[in-house]
Design a protein around this ligand. Structure first.
Ligand SMILES: [Zn+2]
Ligand SMILES: [Zn+2]
Length: 326
């Protein structure tokens, strides 16, 4: 089968791999249809640590004997370690992440446990590539909502930094949440128009305001974004680190400053569970037209290496690799 393999830093090659074979009782070999290209793929490609791995974790596939489409939960946890027993399966001591440290979806076929596949019935099956990123955002929002009571006000100003897919989903889910009664603001370093902002009650700020936001959600994953978050957040406020920080980026604030300004730092290490996957599917089913607006370019597997090395989705959208024949 054709697959895109990470060979080294900034080197991804299309190669011929043997078709996967199911070896465990619960495993199935699925035909990959669509895969979303995530910023994490770009980071993994740039770093080049995972040599010999097929990336791609936002996967929609079909099964040979079954009708319909399935979204993949790419995190395979052991189910028995202390973290799994507490339900934080993303911290499983035996965690296998398909498309990160094991072969993922940038291939014609993928071997997965049947229990990791979630059937969905959207009018547009391409929307299935958003299930995994929305699932991660569902977890992020749960953590944010449960931490809101630490803020001094019940209607906080919330600044989202970064209008890419993470910032989009966090803003949308927060705006949708009945437990959230604040005001949303967005800062993105680009001035490109972001179509989704017209459908979410969010005000775009060219420059973030100092001492304005009670909560800043950093979604850009950039060093500058995190520094901005720490600089502008109000005293007794909170910063949620949602975008994956660069591996060598220290927290850009002195411990003394953090203490004196009484800033809470919250993180959400993206993770998908049965519950968050099902919620993600429900969100898309309820509002397909909004999510369709987040689908960007469609490319072939052959075009993927170029996209991973020169990251550049249409602003505020997901680029999708199409593997289905014809
Ligand atoms: Zn992703
Ligand atoms: Zn475990």
């Amino acid at each position: 089968m054709k697959a895109a393999m990470l060979q080294d830093a900034n080197r991804v090659e299309i190669c011929d791999l043997p078709n996967p074979i199911a070896t465990q009782a619960d495993e199935v070999v699925a035909d990959v249809q669509y895969v979303g290209i995530c910023k994490t793929d770009e980071q993994l490609t740039r770093e080049g640590q995972m040599k010999g791995v097929v990336l791609g974790h936002e996967v929609v596939c079909q099964l040979p004997e079954q009708v319909g489409y399935f979204a993949l939960n790419n995190e395979l946890s052991c189910g028995v370690c202390s973290y799994c027993r507490e339900g934080v399966t993303s911290h499983c001591t035996e965690l296998r992440e398909l498309g990160v440290n094991e072969h993922g979806g940038y291939a014609e076929q993928i071997c997965v446990p049947q229990s990791s596949l979630y059937k969905f019935e959207f009018q547009n099956p391409l929307l299935g590539v958003l299930v995994e990123p929305i699932s991660c955002a569902v977890r992020g929002i749960e953590r944010i909502l449960s931490a809101l009571k630490l803020l001094p006000v019940s209607s906080p100003n919330v600044l989202v930094i970064g209008g890419g897919m993470s910032g989009t989903l966090i803003s949308y889910l927060l705006a949708q949440s009945p437990q959230f009664d604040g005001s949303l603001f967005l800062h993105d370093i680009s001035t490109a128009e972001l179509a989704w902002t017209k459908q979410v009650a969010i005000e775009r700020l060219a420059e973030p305001l100092q001492d304005h936001a009670h909560l800043v959600v950093e979604c850009s994953g950039s060093v500058a974004g995190l520094a901005t978050a720490m600089r502008v957040v109000r005293r007794a406020g909170m910063v949620c680190v949602y975008g994956v920080p660069e591996a060598d980026c220290p927290l850009p604030i002195a411990a003394h400053d953090l203490f004196m300004r009484e800033i809470t730092v919250l993180t959400s290490f993206a993770g998908a569970t049965v519950q968050t996957m099902q919620q993600a599917i429900a969100y898309i089913s309820k509002d397909e037209s909004f999510f369709e607006g987040l689908l960007g370019r469609q490319i072939s597997l052959q075009e993927l290496p170029e996209q991973l090395i020169h990251w550049g989705p249409l602003p505020g959208t997901r680029t999708v690799v199409m593997l289905e024949e014809g």
